[in-house]
Design a protein around this ligand. Structure first.
Ligand SMILES: Nc1ncnc2c1ncn2[C@@H]1O[C@H](COP(=O)(O)OP(=O)(O)OP(=O)(O)O)[C@@H](O)[C@H]1O
Ligand SMILES: [Mg+2]
Length: 323
């Protein structure tokens, strides 16, 4: 698959995975890759967090403390653009009331806690409001691609199942209609797909496999390629024997340095073996294409690092296509 094809295929890309595996970094890199194909990208953060925006060197709260309004954060040379926004249930409810002609008084009630009362009575309603807003953005053509950075996997599943929960609880009316329309979007692979992110370690991979089946079976959401983040690159010729005094480079090293390098080499070799075992396990258990993003040796992710990840994403997808 060509990366452009992925972005043309579904307008909404929902990025999900276990906590800390790199969902936000992946979402931001995907957004960058899509913008660099000339597309207008909307990067949506749903957990009330503003983690992706600083990766583009932009302070989200300087623009709008709630983050609900769209903010342009990146312009690609070819005309593509990334806009970001945060969608919270409260803001989505206010928005919904407004667009349905309710007056200011009702908006004030929404702000003063009516959502909590309704949410207690109807499980899933808060997440439905957020997903409903995403569906609205999708149908109104707000962007060519909408990348959604979700909360951690367990919560993501809850989040994605919310329309089902509401449809079961509510027999008629606008809420049921909202749930039905949102489910329609989630179930249509030409409108929406999920990209699951993991790192090459046992627990996140097991969780990813479980989430993948649940997302497909219970929500009917199509799955795009699995993104394996933080992959250690293979170092050609990495072996301990080279460090044991035989090479010209090591001749200049202090014995302690040779010892330290030897320990580091051993650690890296073991990690690589474990990583490859996990990648094989994933390939056997989940028949989905895989995209590999490298581990970056950096303390924080900025635009340079995002570009490295976006390039790796494009390259990995092209390699899949040529296989
Ligand atoms: N490929 C990578 N190489 C190096 N560091 C990375 C990479 N991807 C992510 N990180 C770092 O790992 C940490 C977690 O990444 P990120 O915030 O994207 O994960 P997340 O899955 O969104 O986390 P959360 O579940 O808390 O939302 C961050 O400090 C980020 O800078
Ligand atoms: Mg995150």
């Amino acid at each position: 698959m060509d990366p452009g094809e992925l972005f043309a295929w579904s307008r909404v890309l929902i990025v999900a995975g276990k906590g800390g595996v790199g969902k936000t970094a992946t979402s931001a890199a995907l957004a960058l890759a899509a913008a660099q194909t000339g597309r207008i990208v909307l990067l949506v953060e749903v957990a009330g967090r503003f983690d992706a925006t600083p990766m583009f060197g932009v302070d989200p709260q300087a623009y709008d403390p709630q983050g609900y309004d769209e903010q342009s954060i990146y312009h690609a040379p070819g005309g593509g653009e990334i806009r970001r926004r945060s969608i919270t249930p409260d803001a989505a409810l206010t928005d919904w009331l407004e667009s349905h002609g309710f007056n200011r008084l009702i908006r004030r009630m929404a702000k003063s806690g009516i959502l909590e009362i309704v949410a207690t009575a109807t499980p899933g309603i808060k997440d439905l409001l957020v997903l409903g807003k995403i569906k609205h953005l999708e149908t109104s053509g707000a962007a060519d691609v909408i990348v959604v950075d979700t909360p951690a996997a367990g919560h993501a599943l809850h989040f994605l199942k919310a329309p089902l929960a509401v449809r079961q609880a509510v027999r008629s009316g606008v809420l049921r209609q909202q749930a039905t329309e949102t489910l329609e979007m989630l179930g249509d692979e030409q409108r929406c797909q999920a990209l699951l992110v993991t790192i090459a370690e046992e627990t996140p991979i097991s969780e990813l496999i479980e989430t993948a089946f649940a997302v497909e079976d219970e929500v009917g959401l199509a799955l795009g390629p699995v993104i394996v983040n933080g992959v250690l690159p293979n170092i050609a010729g990495l072996s301990e024997t080279k460090l044991n005094g035989k090479t010209t480079a090591s001749a200049a090293l202090h014995p302690q340095q040779v010892n330290d390098l030897s320990t580091a080499t051993k650690f890296r070799q073991e990690r690589t073996i474990l990583q490859n075992q996990q990648l094989n396990f994933l390939a056997q258990r989940l028949p989905l294409p895989r995209v590999y993003l490298p581990a970056l040796f950096t303390s924080s992710i900025g635009l340079t690092e995002l570009q490295t990840l976006a390039d790796a994403f494009q390259q990995s997808i092209r390699q899949q296509a040529s296989q």
